[in-house]
Design a protein around this ligand. Structure first.
Ligand code: TYM
Length: 356
């Protein structure tokens, strides 16, 4: 199902009905964005925009509050995430860019889907298990458990057919397909598309710089484990220099990276940043020591990321303009969502009266 090597222009998804190709994806503004978000998601979002498909991108603030967020920080992080999208190449005139809570249909459809999805499906999600591991799961928010149902609503509210994400979201997207299929089955109408995950390229699973077995994450307590999109050139270079590696030189082929998680991660990051393949990186650096590979990687990372952080800083000087752009995006998103939500309500059997 993962669309490795999917065609550049996606075919319309077929149930018995065909749906117009439409891309939707989201990022939580629950912390500063990382290199993982950039390579696994943001960079791919820009590629999809350039392919000329309709693209809708959402800062999922409703998802963010499934764990506690300080209100002022949430507002700041949402603006900063919007700035990151624009700085990375999302054009708010061509893509729709908005924050989720401004389009109330997300929460409304999520409720309907909560009544379609089964509780057991939610308990099986590895992300829920990870986020509650070592804690009292009974004491986590109800929203954290229902999180994937809101995610299904995000996608289905726009009849999105393709969703570019990193590896870690694959299980949630499979659940979104199950929820759509159950809705269609229960109500006897092929109303929602069965969405295709798009998980492509070298950067779909960027790992921590401190531990090759852990995902690079904005919520990791160690700042050394990740590169933030706001890091300056010196910080990026230092974090790469200090990244954990083994003492062996880079192998002659990618198979030689199999049991070398940290080395593999740095090669994948290089490939992602250079928009090439791990094979091509190994062909160039076979036999090199990390002492020479890391400075090359740092130079590449700075050349790609420093212009983004400079542009983010510039955009963040005018928060009112960011808010205006998000509001405009929300208006355009709502115009697509409203008729789909109305039709969903009709299918479910809700009365929609004209209000005087
Ligand atoms: P979030 O905010 O955790 O991550 C946003 C996107 O970044 C990708 N990503 C990574 N990719 C590669 N390596 C990493 N280390 C890495 N860390 C994060 C994620 O896979 C994701 O694509 N539930 C989602 C947000 C969401 C969503 C949606 C996505 C809400 N509704 C609808 C798609 C469609 C999440 O928490 O992503």
């Amino acid at each position: 199902m993962a669309s490795q090597g999917a065609p550049a222009v996606h075919p319309a998804v077929q149930t018995s009905k065909s749906f117009t190709p439409r891309i939707f994806s989201g990022i939580q503004p629950s912390g500063g964005l990382t290199l993982g978000n950039y390579l696994g998601a943001l960079r791919r979002f820009v590629e999809k925009q350039e392919e000329g498909i309709e693209t809708i991108y959402c800062l999922v603030d409703l998802h963010a509050i499934t764990v506690w967020q300080d209100p002022e920080r949430l507002r700041h992080q949402t603006r900063e995430a919007a700035a990151a999208f624009i700085a990375a190449g999302i054009d708010p005139a061509r893509s729709i860019l908005f924050n989720q809570s401004q389009v109330t249909g997300h929460a409304e459809l999520a409720w309907i889907l909560n009544c379609v999805a089964r509780i057991g499906w939610m308990y099986r999600m590895t992300q829920f298990k990870d986020k509650t591991a070592g804690k009292n799961a009974e004491n986590s928010s109800l929203g954290l458990l229902a999180y994937p149902s809101l995610m299904a609503a995000d996608i289905l509210l726009y009849h999105a057919t393709h969703v570019p994400v990193g590896e870690d979201q694959k299980q949630h997207l499979e659940l979104a397909r199950d929820i759509a299929a159950k809705f269609n089955h229960d109500y006897g109408e092929e109303f929602f598309p069965i969405t295709e995950p798009v998980i492509e390229g070298a950067g779909t699973r960027v790992m921590s710089l401190r531990d090759g077995a852990k995902k690079m994450s904005k919520s990791d307590p160690s700042d050394q484990s990740r590169i933030n999109l706001t890091d300056d050139a010196d910080t990026i270079a230092r974090k790469i220099r200090k990244a954990v590696t083994d003492p062996a030189p880079l192998p002659e082929s990618v198979e030689g990276l199999k049991d070398r998680a940290e080395a593999r991660n740095l090669v994948n990051i290089y490939a992602g940043l250079a928009a090439t393949t791990p094979e091509a990186v190994i062909a160039e650096f076979a036999g090199a020591q990390f002492g020479s590979f890391k400075p090359k990687l740092a130079e590449l990372a700075v050349s790609v990321l420093a212009p983004i952080s400079t542009e983010m800083n510039r955009l963040m000087r005018d928060p009112a303009e960011i808010d205006r752009l998000l509001g405009e995006g929300a208006g355009r998103a709502d115009a697509i969502a409203a008729p789909i939500l109305d039709r969903t309500k009709d299918i479910v059997g809700f009365i929609r009266s004209r209000r005087g």
